[in-house]
Ligand binder design. Sequence first.
Ligand SMILES: [Fe+2]
Length: 240
Amino acid sequence: MDTISRRTFIETAGVAAAATVIGAEAPKQEETPQKPKNRIIVLPKLPFAENSLAPVISAETISFHYGKHHAGYVAALNKMLPGSKYAGMTLEEIIVAAKADQADAFFNNAAQIWNHTFYWDSLAPAGSGGKPSKALSEVLVKTFGSVENCARLLAESANKRFGCGWAWLLVRDGKLVIESTSNAETPLTEKDVKPLLCVDVWEHAYYLDYQNRRAAYTQAVTEKLLNWGKASFRYAKRTV
Ligand SMILES: [Fe+2]
């Protein structure tokens, strides 16, 4: 590269670099719609140690489930977001918008991220999840007969889900209900529905520990690992 060409190259590169920096901070022309800032969707930390749910759920299952599956959805979504209409949205906004758009790839990855985060927050090491608050306990007894029967019905709903999906304890229109959703479907897309607890019934949630015995997994999880303390907090927050 001769001297003139080299100087031109440096000057051109300098202008381009400056434009990139300035352009990223503020669009100069009103007719140019401001592009949303890119947002990185972050994998939340597990609220417990990987080995702390054993023997109900092994550290190996948690390691794969959180470190490969949950993290995989985060990586996939972050790869798709730049330049898309969903760039810059929160995770919840992506889920609602992609559902409305029938943008399955965005919806599935985003909803699976949210569902898994909610699942980890629905569980606690045995003996540390607390009991339902007085207010939640009263409505659980009124609705399902007992707290234990609610847990049993949640497991039953999970067992009946054909294929992959989720079982949920929800507040729907002010009433407690147990329902299940398929694949990545999430109650987050519905109005007047507030989830309290969920159980993941994708095979990756239990196959290393229970193989085909889904009912053994759902029974153990709902009897020993549900985080009733957080469910009570959510119930109070959503009904006050
Ligand atoms: Fe999962």
